[in-house]
Design a protein around this ligand. Structure first.
Ligand SMILES: *Cc1c(COP(=O)(O)O)cnc(C)c1O
Length: 380
């Protein structure tokens, strides 16, 4: 007899998290079908159009032929590890920008994979200064690649992509961009910026469900990964070659239902008006949130000019009765799920603005937060 309890009746919580996030009912409904991974309906009919659409979203037509998309099983970190482990040769050296948990994770991967690497540690609440990066490049001519997170989800910090990309172009450095939580939600053109590898995943701003990630990379850069991988299943070149040569076939079992949901999510992104329209909505969510939170006495961790529209970190109330878990449970009881903090040196909590979430729902969240602020005199 099984000891697995029956699935609870579904509750439609609004997930105000950096992913998995709230998806539309139509994205979830797209999963109600089984697909055969050998069949053309799936590979040529679903996977290949997704790969082309990802390139189209990432760059303008003049650069599109230079780029190719590879999908890979696992969460976003698997794909980051696949790129680092496949792109860097024994003589290469990667400079990793670290200003949060995801930058730190890339450092951990470089250590584990035995990659030559240098780190610019900025601290979690500062942005990398281009001058500091340039000094490192000059001092260490062995540096061949630079890896940076675009939106550091730890704090919601938006790193200076344009400046760093232009620095890389001036110095002939290959740029690896973890755009996990920004791709699809913030417009930028990787061809124009000269990004070699962009990494993102299904369950962030494209608003799909979790199960795979993807790389949009220069074809020449993918070709140069041949024979370099430190792992069989995370061999980016092998995965790319299988998809290229066998019409969208995945090397190992494909997360078929997740892929169907992703195809639907891409259609819905287009229907919304594309990346710029989605960006507008996220911005409006974020501005509504911050204005409302400030009116309730909460302060954001970051200065406005560094803040992304993706997720916002707020200082925890200093009242002695405040406990995150109690606050969290009271919000959850009202249908809203928020996120704990991840900054090591400041007590924070985070609220995401991405997913199938509207400014009206942010207003409802603000009303719920006021009610859930049990430590306030007015609510005593
Ligand atoms: C979500 C995210 C990742 C990947 O995290 P997983 O838990 O592996 O999905 C990587 N980088 C950033 C910036 C992210 O937001």
């Amino acid at each position: 007899m099984t000891h697995i309890p029956p699935t609870q009746e579904a509750v439609d919580y609004l997930l105000l998290t950096p992913g998995p996030l709230s998806t539309t009912a139509s994205v979830r409904a797209a999963m109600l079908q089984d697909s055969c991974t050998w069949d053309a309906d799936y590979n040529l009919g679903v996977v290949e159009p997704i790969r082309r659409e990802l390139v189209r979203l990432a760059t303008s037509p003049e650069f599109a032929n230079d780029y190719s998309a590879v999908l890979l099983q696992g969460s976003g970190s698997y794909v980051v590890e696949s790129v680092l482990g496949s792109a860097l040769g024994a003589d290469d050296c990667v400079l990793i920008v670290n200003n949060g948990a995801y930058g730190a994770r890339m450092v951990e991967m470089a250590q584990c994979l035995g990659l030559n690497h240098r780190v610019l540690d900025c601290g979690e609440t500062a942005r990398p200064e281009v001058q500091d990066l340039e000094e490192l490049l000059i001092r260490h001519p062995e540096i061949s690649h630079l890896a940076m997170v675009h939106c550091e989800t730890t704090t919601g910090m938006l790193n200076p992509l344009e400046q760093v990309a232009s620095l890389c172009q001036r110095h002939g450095i290959r740029l690896i961009l973890d755009a996990m939580s920004s791709f699809g939600g913030i417009p930028f053109d990787i061809g124009q910026l000269g990004v070699e590898f962009l990494i993102s995943s299904a369950n962030k701003c494209i608003q799909g469900v979790p199960g795979f990630g993807f790389v949009i990379a220069r074809r020449a850069a993918l070709a140069a990964c041949a024979g370099k991988a430190r792992s069989v299943s995370l061999d980016l070149h092998a995965q790319w070659q299988t998809m290229e040569q066998q019409g969208g076939k995945w090397r190992f079992t494909s997360p078929t239902h997740t892929v169907l949901a992703f195809a639907q999510a891409l259609r819905e992104l287009d229907e919304e008006g594309g990346v710029s329209a989605r960006y507008q909505r996220y911005q409006e969510n974020q501005h509504t949130l911050v204005a409302g939170m400030q009116a309730l006495g909460f302060e954001p961790l970051l200065p406005k000019e560094w803040q992304s529209p993706i997720i916002t970190a707020f200082y925890s109330p200093t009242h002695p009765d405040y406990r995150f878990v109690d606050f969290y449970q009271r919000l959850k009881a009202q249908g809203f799920v928020i996120y704990p903090g991840k900054v090591s040196k400041a007590d924070c909590f985070r609220i995401g603005n991405i997913g199938n979430v509207t400014p009206q729902q942010i207003q409802q969240l603000l009303a719920a937060i006021q009610q859930a602020s049990y430590w306030l005199e007015a609510n005593a």
